[in-house]
Design a binder for this molecule. Structure first.
Ligand code: FAD
Length: 329
């Protein structure tokens, strides 16, 4: 029997989120060679361009729920639309990003289908006729591998772990309006989102950035983040922070990385003036390459760093910035 893999795409900051392409790739890894289909769904408002982009990623169909009341995420409006899409596609698996939206919707979908859920998946492969999912445990100190004995499967995928699907040869998949229920009217909503104001969190999305330059209490002030911002600009990187830096008021909590902040998996993580507390490592230890700049040679961050520079960040970071500016020019 052929299966349908349903991918729930996301739009953020006027762009199709990179994790959407990663979910499509995950569905391609999950699909078997017997007529399995990949359906990508987008919920929102004025989706034409994003749906077109998604349709070129090698999916079989794009389903859109394109309605004004879906402009901002609200579980009261999104879940009925998602339920209708699930009913229409009867999926064997539904893949979400491990994002604020995905983490909110996935358990609701699991409850709807009476299905099991696996969260924060970092790898997926075919294994003996089934799918084997890998997810980190204990703040990244261990990994568990899980398989489902039966479908439907609900999974959320951590951004930046599976390479995103590239636009495929062979044109675009058909884009169809999903049959979603008519808006129930504001009276039935528990909340109404009128506008979304994003915190100043830099130009590059922290959770999807390829490079992150992070500052800790060692930056000593809000002004102390300036050299890190300059380095980030040269590398087209996102700026992050430890909770130490956030608690001290040097930067906004939107930048916090760690157990109680964001989880990032960039190709390169540059930690400046961060001691390497376990709660910070929980948010960045899966980064491909870690560089630490710290004036204390005993700082625990050096135990997980691939490259360590012992010294004053206010001397080293500007030097790095200048060298890289010239090298990348
Ligand atoms: C329940 C709980 C949840 C938590 N969640 C998080 C979380 O999500 N994220 C998080 O980050 N923390 C979290 N913490 C806090 C965590 O335990 C640490 O307190 C915090 O990470 C320390 O931040 P820091 O490394 O910036 O500061 P510090 O530990 O004070 O380290 C500062 C470092 O800067 C170095 N330094 C100082 N000056 C310079 C200089 N000029 N040049 C170079 N190096 C310099 C010092 O040698 C030191 O190693 C949590 C704690 C708890 C209890």
């Amino acid at each position: 029997m052929s299966h349908t893999y349903l991918v729930i795409g996301e739009i953020r900051g006027g762009k199709l989120r990179q994790v959407t392409g990663e979910l499509v790739q995950a569905a391609k890894l999950a699909r078997r060679d017997n007529g399995d289909r990949i359906v990508a769904a987008l919920l929102g408002w004025q989706l034409e361009t994003f749906a077109g982009e998604l349709a070129r990623l090698g999916v079989d169909q794009v389903l859109v729920a394109d309605r004004p009341e879906l402009e901002h995420y609200n579980p009261d409006t999104y879940f009925p639309a998602l339920s209708a899409i699930i009913e229409e596609t009867t999926p064997h698996a539904v893949f979400f990003g491990h994002t604020a939206v995905g983490r909110d919707l996935a358990p609701q979908a699991a409850a709807l289908l009476g299905a099991g859920q696996i969260s924060d998946v970092v790898a997926l492969k075919q294994d003996g006729g089934g799918l084997l999912f890998t997810r980190p445990l204990y703040a990244g100190k261990a990994f568990e591998k899980k398989r489902f004995l039966q479908g439907p499967i609900i999974a959320t995928f951590r951004p930046n772990n599976i390479p995103a699907a590239e636009p495929a040869d062979g044109g675009a998949a058909p884009i169809t309006e999903a049959t979603t229920p008519a808006p129930a009217g504001n009276a039935s909503l528990r909340s109404i989102v009128k506008t979304v104001v994003r915190k100043a969190a830099g130009k590059v999305d922290l959770t999807e950035a390829r490079i992150v330059v992070s500052g800790g209490r060692g930056v000593k002030s809000a002004e102390g983040f300036r050299p890190l911002e300059e380095l980030a600009q040269v590398l087209n990187a996102a700026v992050g922070a430890s909770r130490g830096a956030c608690d001290a008021g040097y930067c906004d909590y939107a930048l916090q990385i760690g157990q109680t902040g964001k989880v990032v998996t960039p190709e390169l993580y540059i930690a400046c003036g961060i001691s390497g507390a376990i709660q910070h490592l929980a948010g960045m230890s899966q980064s491909r390459i870690i560089i630490a700049v710290n004036k204390d040679p005993e700082a625990p961050i050096f135990q997980i760093a691939d490259y360590g520079i012992v010294g004053d960040l206010f001397e080293i970071v500007p030097l790095l910035t200048e060298e890289l500016r010239q090298a990348l020019a």
